[in-house]
Design a protein around this ligand. Structure first.
Ligand code: PLP
Length: 460
């Protein structure tokens, strides 16, 4: 395959993409295959001789789409969305064509500078203070890991990076039980240890209690532990648990702790001013992550981390060996020093395309519709016999159950075998519940109301 062939096949791929999207509504949302089925259809070993692209493409069409869960299906209501707006797909194609490695300004000046400008555009779009700068990671997990490493090193006076952690005080970080497992993973990788995440009790609104946070920090100090930082949740994955960060930040600041806000999903909704009360006080946080690859419309992967002061993170993650020196260039940003991996994709391009192609107002309208339709659907489900709303809508996420745990679990299996919609589960206060989130980029009110119809059909 050469570049002339690439031209031909890119057009074929574009046609395929159009056909795929125009027939998505007719496909079952969740893959209906069994484990091992796809692998069994592949050759046992890589071919010694080249194969024709005709054959490769035909196999793609025959094997892949039917064995995928369709994340861009308008009736995907599982997990959180991973949207891919058409303008963002186009930008990803161009990113693949440029195939640049954007580790330093000089290895990709446009990528670096567009990233800097997109961080300002997004900061302002979300209503964040002008003191924030930002960078793009692959995922929220990496952004949270970066923040946890930074809180570790800041607490240790940057001794951990040099000497390792043995012999140093036992570090502690604080979060509620509503935070995502990426916090646990970060504590593991950072050498802090999952057992040193102190889980702060929440109140009836699922926010950490400031008095409990303060008491836990004091207790750790009196036990010669070293508090390092606090992680807040805005829109937790399970049922949307959200910390009242204004009050909690006061406690964290009084103890001079580093703070990180995980708004991976809910952050996108902050382009709508009316939702910003959900993260009142956020301007005083040190670090904030949100994923444009979830609700906003940027293709996976694209996680944005805003930093009040990038200095501590750059001091924690940045390294400049001889071969990465940028001789004679001082007033430039080398984003690899802000992030865990050295190599970086040109992710800012899809943000630039996305924000311009739909405009903030177009993106706001989508999110407002999702929230409105989710509330409407929640009311409809509450009226169905045997159904109970367990957690009310937090933006566009709510949860429900049907009769008891066993009946709810059985119903979920039936729903996803039926294929018209895709829902997933969680546990809330010990009970098995089904989550519904509305957020797919192109879903309509009628797609959302299909959830009610499916529930009614399957329980009639
Ligand atoms: N934080 C929250 C609240 C999430 O919902 C998720 C994923 O759904 C994550 C973090 C991890 O996101 P990522 O897949 O970008 O690492």
């Amino acid at each position: 395959m050469n570049h002339d062939d690439l031209n031909f096949w890119s057009k074929r791929a574009a046609d395929w993409t159009r056909d795929y999207y125009s027939t998505l509504r007719d496909r079952p949302v969740r893959a209906q295959v069994k484990p091992g089925e796809t692998a069994a259809r592949l050759a046992d070993a890589a071919p010694e001789q080249p194969e024709t692209m005709d054959r490769i493409f035909a196999d793609f069409e025959a094997i892949v789409p039917g064995a995928m869960t369709h994340w861009q299906h308008p009736r995907f209501f599982a997990y959180f969305p991973a949207n891919a707006a058409p303008a963002s797909i186009l930008a990803e194609q161009l990113t693949a064509a440029l195939a640049a490695q954007a580790m330093l300004w000089q290895t990709a000046p446009a990528a670096t500078e567009i990233e800097e400008v997109m961080m300002r555009w997004l900061r302002d779009a979300l209503g964040l203070g002008a003191h924030f700068t930002g960078t793009i990671h692959d995922s929220a997990t990496t952004a949270t890991l970066s923040a946890v490493l930074t809180m570790r090193e800041r607490a240790l006076g940057w001794a951990g990076n040099e000497e390792g952690l043995s012999g140093l005080p036992r570090l502690r970080i604080y979060a509620s039980d509503q935070t995502h497992s990426s916090i646990d993973k970060s504590a593991r990788i950072a050498g802090i240890g999952q057992a040193n995440i102190c889980r702060i009790p929440t109140d009836e609104t699922l926010s950490m209690r400031p008095d409990a946070l303060d008491a836990a920090i004091e207790k750790d100090k009196s036990n010669n532990c070293l508090p390092a930082g606090v992680i807040f949740s805005v829109g937790g994955t399970s049922v949307g648990g959200t910390d009242r960060i204004a009050d909690l930040l006061k406690v964290a600041k009084a103890h001079r702790l580093y703070t990180h806000v995980d708004a991976a999903w809910a952050g996108s909704a902050m382009i709508c001013p009316e939702f910003r009360t959900l993260w009142d006080g956020v301007d005083d946080a040190d670090s904030v992550v949100f994923n444009p690859h979830k609700w906003l419309g940027a293709n996976f992967d694209c996680a944005v981390q805003f930093l009040a002061d990038p200095g501590p993170q750059v001091r924690t993650l940045g390294l400049r060996p001889d071969y990465l020196q940028t001789l004679g260039q001082s007033e430039i940003t080398n984003f690899n020093e802000w992030t865990v991996p050295l190599g970086r994709r040109f992710r800012a391009l899809k943000l630039w395309f996305l924000l311009r192609a739909y405009g903030l107002d177009g993106l706001r309208q989508r999110i407002r519709n999702h929230v409105k339709w989710s509330n409407e659907l929640c009311h409809e489900i509450a009226r169905l016999p045997g159904f109970e709303i367990v957690t009310p809508p937090m933006l566009s996420l709510f949860s429900f159950r049907y009769r008891d745990d066993a009946a709810t679990e059985a119903l979920l299996t039936e729903i996803n075998d039926d294929g018209r919609i895709y829902l997933t589960q969680t546990r809330h206060e010990g009970r098995f519940v089904i989550r519904v989130q509305v957020g797919q980029f192109d879903c309509t009110r009628s797609d959302v109301m299909t959830v009610r119809d499916v529930l009614r059909d399957l329980t009639r």
